[in-house]
Design a protein around this ligand. Structure first.
Ligand SMILES: [Zn+2]
Length: 257
């Protein structure tokens, strides 16, 4: 696997890109919060990204999850087994992480969409990254408190359901940023667009609910969008939500969108 790309998007806020997916490091003194954990094959890249900012993997106080898809949970058991790192998420998403049910695009969804530009190459790349591996997170735990979490960066969970039933974004009030996971992205190898957008419908448990829950993001005082896929973007989050909704309407209202 190639080395991860690490960008300090705000002081002590790092957006890292692994195999077509991002994770985020929040630093406070010597302690870190890790939001999301890449594909299974990204484990060395997650550790490398931590070392690249002068920290150690056991400095991670907790892993926060946006949602329990394979491209976001890859290193989570490794951190638990090796460093005892807890993993927090919404109550609903704990059941998903434990694989009591699965809300994830399967191989058949990929096959049906293989004609789309970029799909074949992307699917081969993620297969090598462990996309078809069955991973469960037995230690998945609900947020210990409501509101801002007592963790480095003091992230505030914001329910943005739809992509999965328990999907959560994280607002960082001190820097005016929001980590949106897959509720709102800025790019993907299966999309020709750059900028705020939704992933393809095949990736969402409910696209309609994903769009509706963007209300929760639009009300945040944030000017920096840190997505699960694509580049971080400096844009008022309210504007990003408007763009995404206009594109979604354009898509259903016109045959050549
Ligand atoms: Zn994803």
């Amino acid at each position: 696997m190639p080395s991860p790309t690490v960008v300090e998007v705000e002081q002590d806020v790092f957006c890292v890109t692994g195999t077509d997916v991002n994770w985020v490091l929040l630093r406070e003194g010597a302690d870190l919060t890790l939001i999301d954990a890449g594909y299974p094959a990204d484990i060395p890249a997650v550790e490398e990204s931590i070392r690249s900012i002068g920290a150690r993997p056991d400095d991670v106080r907790a892993i926060l999850l946006t949602h329990a898809h394979i491209d976001h949970i890859g290193a989570i058991n490794h951190f638990h087994d090796k460093y005892g790192t807890p993993a927090y998420m919404s109550a609903v998403e704990t059941s998903h992480a434990k694989r009591e049910y699965l809300e994830q695009a399967g191989e058949m969804d990929v096959v049906k969409n293989i004609w789309r530009p970029g799909m074949l190459r992307w699917s081969l790349r993620i297969a090598r990254a462990g996309a078809t591996r069955h991973v469960t997170v037995p230690h998945a735990a609900e947020f210990p408190t409501a509101g801002a979490l007592d963790l480095p960066g003091a992230p505030v969970p914001v329910a943005t359901t739809g992509h999965t039933s328990g999907h959560t974004s994280y607002f960082l009030p001190s820097v005016g940023a929001v980590v949106t996971g897959d509720s709102l992205v800025t790019g993907h190898p299966t999309s020709r667009r750059v900028g705020p957008q939704l992933l393809l419908p095949m990736f969402h448990h409910s696209e309609q609910e994903t769009l509706a829950s963007l209300d929760a993001l639009a009300s945040l005082d944030a000017g920096l969008l840190i997505p699960g896929h694509g580049r971080p973007e400096r844009i008022p989050i309210r504007e990003a939500v408007t763009t995404v909704r206009e594109r979604a309407i354009g898509k259903s209202g016109s045959a050549h969108a």
